[in-house]
Ligand binder design. Sequence first.
Ligand code: PRX
Length: 637
Amino acid sequence: MDLRINSFDDYKRVYDYSVAEPENFWGSVADTFYWQKKWDKVLDWNFTEPNVKWFIGGKLNITENCLDRHLEKNADKTAMIWEPNDPEEHYRSFSYKELHFKVVQFANALKNNGAKKGDRICIYMPMVPELAIAVLACARIGAIHSVVFGGFSAQSIADRINDAQCNLVITADGGFRGSKDIPLKNIIDDAIVQCRSVNRIIVLTRTRTPVSMIKGRDVWWEDEIKKVETQGNPDCPAEPMDSEDPLFILYTSGSTGKPKGVVHTCGGYMVYTGYTFKTVFQYQPGEVHFCTADIGWITGHSYIVYGPLSQGATTLMFEGVPTWPDAGRFWDIVDKYKVNILYTAPTAIRSLMSFGEEPLQGKHLSSLTKLGSVGEPINEEAWHWYNEKIGKGKCPIVDTWWQTENSGILISPIAGITPTKPGYATLPLPGVQPCLVDEAGAELIGNGVSGNLCIKFPWPGIIRTTYGDHERCRLTYFSTYKNMYFTGDGCLRDEDGYYRITGRVDDVINVSGHRIGTAEVENAINMHADVVESAVVGYPHDIKGQGIYAYVILGTSTHDHDLTRRDILQTVARIIGAIAKPDKIQFVSGLPKTRSGKIMRRILRKIAEGDIANLGDTSTLLDPNVVEEIKQGAADL
Ligand code: PRX
């Protein structure tokens, strides 16, 4: 069976084959990778425990696929280009040979510091090449990386380190983001006070921010590299990994409790991210791929590091933010490096759109051939702007839908092949079997239907477990609907069978493409000394997609509401990180509760959305008067 997709008919043919014979299909895809030992069986699965295993018995190391295997023919090809935060600073670029060298060198430094297969290593770094090098070096020796986004607070890092019992942390003195300096090592020092498992911290020099280096615990990256040089060992054999050995943990928010550690495994993750990268973007040798995500999120893991590198692509990594020093920064980068594929988030597009066309003046964007969108629904206005102003009407837009739990893209057009429709993620990729179900769990057959989006058959990149708590994985994803993976998203399938994701149906808010659990934000707000109770909901936000709206009941001691509001924001920033700060805080004297004490979020959501004419039935409330007061307060906010 020829699995190449050069036309829409090819897509349909390959898709049908992938559903009819999933094991043969994925076996053929996996054959395009380098395995130390081939698998004995492609798939074993059930969604009840759940227990999903791909490429059983196979041995591999993902870094041999991302690095070593390109050395024979493409050693001098550019693997990675790095654009610094400050446009005046010199860029860096690494050929495959150079990147391989750096990775094995740092892998040896990790070993010198006692790291070994199966250890959990927390990485809290700015977007510098050493972040990608650290990730790959962990994979090289079989250590499980847990990258924490640089915007998270000390408390969030401590929670993640403790959950995974990391023994080593890799960080930097600080990081540059736009006009800001983030004191990463200081934040780690605050976190580590609570973490008994950590015995070593490797610190890269980036900002020259003064840091405290504790004897016997903290070492400099640069010194450790020198030691490896002195030892004169230029290689670091790639640790043989079982297909189902964990590759990494990445924490993500859900509707309840603390973030969970999503676990992905070596074989399935490699095959899925490599295949989807090549297929969705129709990557052609020599093209420069610019994914604007941060490696602290799944998009960065899969489409800056592993996916592009496993396919021998040139991946571009950017340290800064789209609006600094001005709103033309992305376009300068596209122009400077002749970027072919740009993969970004709707929130960035909307933000850049708001600056008008001036930042585009004089920027040559003609190198672009394909555009991608990820992270949240893209509104039609943003889609058209992206298409016309950036793609000049000649670049297909792939609106890619997927999640941290999925490893890679599940529903998306294939660039230049699937006819697109603004706002639609269009059709499932080969090997992906979505379905829509109603509240009762009955599958909705046919087109022109809306429901909850589930996937009824495993794909190689599906979540294997939530670290240290398999039951949580089962409950969250596999217990809502029998024999299905539940995504938490609502979705429409239109008359053409095209999928349009309508947003989360659970208590998760998508702020600028980042998932934030309402319960997490409430817990953080409730930690403030004057707060009695709070309820958090999402509301439509012009730039961020969704904003965070908090209703807060204060104790009697508070007089200065403005100051308290700022104190609450500071508390949330301390507990979670600045990304979780509410956009609006409304002080209320009570919350709409049912007689059994449950908060009626539906009403709070409507009020936050400004849809007060339509609150529905409020007769079951304990105290319906509270709704009137909240409506009034919202109008005054
Ligand atoms: O609600 C969906 C939304 O982002 C959620 C997944 O978030 P996260 O795990 O942080 O991963 C983001 C990057 C893959 C989904 O449940 N989402 C993601 N992509 C899209 C989207 N919503 C609509 N359209 C998309 N293309």
